[in-house]
Structure formats: C-alpha cells, structure tokens
Design a protein around this ligand. Structure first.
Ligand code: ATP
Length: 194
C-alpha cells in the first residue's frame, strides 16, 4: 500500500484546505520551525485512528481543530483524508476522519460510514497504522532503540502484517465466551424442564 495524497482542512495550523501529493520514493518535508511539519505526520496518524489526544500534543481530541488566530476565527470541524493506491483486495481507497466540536469523530472509507475499528484494522492489515514504527516522530528513534522485547515483537508483527490478527483473535475469544455462557444457560433450562 502506498499513500498517494493527504488532504487536510481545519486540522491544527492547516485552516485552509491543503492537498499534498505524495510521489513514490522518499518524501521530505522541510520548513522553518513551527510551520506545521509535525502537524502533517499527526494528521496521518489521526486519520489512521489515533485516539490519544496526548500523542496529538493536545488535552482533548477537539484540540486538533484549528483554534483561531488574532486574524482568523476558530473552525468548527477538522477533516483529514488519506488516499491510498490499493488496500487489501480493493483498488484506490480513500479514508476520511472528521471531528466536529461537541460531536466527536466520524470515519468513512470510500464514502461509506465505518467504525474507528474498521479503519484501524484496514491499516493494520496493510502493515501500518497510527502506532506504526514506520511513522517516526521526534524522540521516537530513542524509544525504538530502547524498546522492551514485547514492544519490539509488536513492531515485528506489524512489519509482518499480522498485527490485525490480534484484534480479531480478541473479538473471536469474546464471541466464544458469550457462546459458552449461552450454552451453559441452555443446559440449565433443559435440566429444569426434564
Ligand atoms: P518544529 O520544526 O519546531 O518541530 P514544526 O514545523 O514541526 O515545528 P508543528 O509543531 O507541526 O511545527 O506546528 C506547530 C504550529 O501549529 C504552532 O504554530 C501551533 O500554534 C500550530 N497549531 C497547533 N495546533 C493548532 C490548532 N489547533 N489551531 C491552530 N494552530 C495550531
């Protein structure tokens, strides 16, 4: 999977809609301090389902919405779209996350409303995601070098594209437990009737 385009609107310092085409190969983002380089990486992670406001350098998730300046009023929503060349069995896929003040986040994949979990799973299956070690923000290199074995294993599993299986396994285990409880209840009912 390759990300072909990142589109932002109202996200942090990107108050006006911004379209960034990402060409194959190495991409560098350069600019003076505070111009929004880290905000771009955060926009990618956010659209992939990042749920921790702290890792977005905010106190609450609504802090990603343009907060206004001396000359421009604040925005009521932020939207980030990621366009990929292919994902799983599908061709071009567009993933959109939008947050509105007081209304929380909503996600869409190719125009269809989906859950946050669907987006995380789609990226996990494509061996990436909001917590991917491939997205290296400031201070992360040290953290990767000093990672504990379990954390390193998680990175390797992600690189191998099997990270999504853990989530599915947890789901399956929950369903299994619920079914076992139902069976036990059924047994009790049958015993009562005999
Ligand atoms: P450096 O090179 O110093 O690391 P950078 O290019 O990575 O800087 P960022 O940290 O991405 O820059 O951008 C910081 C800028 O984004 C600051 O000017 C900050 O005021 C602005 N900013 C962050 N959140 C918001 C928001 N919600 N609304 C408006 N502006 C915001």
């Amino acid at each position: 999977m390759q990300i072909k385009r990142l589109r932002l609107s109202g996200f942090k310092s990107f108050v006006d809609p911004a379209d960034l085409r990402i060409e194959p190969g190495l991409t560098g983002i350069v600019g003076p301090n505070g111009c929004g380089k880290s905000n771009l990486l955060e926009a990618l992670r956010w659209a992939m389902g990042e749920n921790s406001p702290k890792s977005m350098r905010g106190a609450g998730m609504e802090d990603v919405i343009f907060a206004g300046t001396a000359t421009r009023p604040q925005r009521d929503f932020a939207e980030v779209s990621i366009l990929t060349d292919e994902m799983g069995d599908e061709g071009e896929v567009e993933i959109v996350r939008r947050i509105e003040r007081g209304a929380g986040s909503a996600y869409r994949i190719n125009g269809r409303d989906v859950r946050a979990k669907d987006v995380s799973l789609a990226f996990a299956d494509a061996a990436t995601g909001a917590h991917s070690p491939a997205l290296v923000s400031q201070g992360r290199i040290g953290a990767i070098i000093s990672a504990k074995p379990a954390e390193r294993r998680a990175m390797l599993e992600e690189a191998a594209g099997i990270a999504g299986l853990h989530v599915r396994r947890k789901d399956a285990e929950q369903k299994l437990r619920a079914t076992e409880t139902n069976l036990a209840r059924l047994d009790e009912v049958i015993t009562d009737q005999e």
